[in-house]
Design a protein around this ligand. Structure first.
Ligand SMILES: [Zn+2]
Length: 111
């Protein structure tokens, strides 16, 4: 197996990704805020002042699923989603380094 000749930037991206995955919750989903009516007669929402309801939406194998979230969890849930995107960006960066490394190796005739 070839020794990995990683640049400083690649090492940094890899350890940021490892720390993120090890220490933080992450989730592939979209936060969706909907304006809903609760159905109680006389509630303000019946007059058009609807409640905000928070849903976490995620499709798996083409099937959409959703989870109602209490608003107290909004900040946390948004953080989990943001962590997922941060991890994806780091993976993308690592993949980009691998691309360059393969290209260099090929050009040097070092297979
Ligand atoms: Zn209501």
């Amino acid at each position: 197996m070839h020794r990995l000749r990683m640049s400083q930037q690649e090492r940094a991206a890899r350890s940021r990704l490892a720390r993120l995955v090890m220490n933080r919750a992450l989730i592939r989903a979209t936060v969706n805020v909907r304006r809903v009516t609760c159905g109680k007669p006389g509630c303000r929402c019946a007059q058009g002042d609807r409640h905000e309801a928070l849903y976490l939406v995620c499709s798996v194998k083409g099937k959409k699923r959703q989870l109602f979230m209490p608003s107290a969890m909004e900040h946390e849930v948004r953080q989990w989603v943001a962590n997922y995107h941060a991890a994806l960006e780091l993976l993308e960066e690592i993949s980009e380094h691998a691309w360059r490394r393969l290209k260099q190796r090929k050009e040097k005739g070092d297979s």
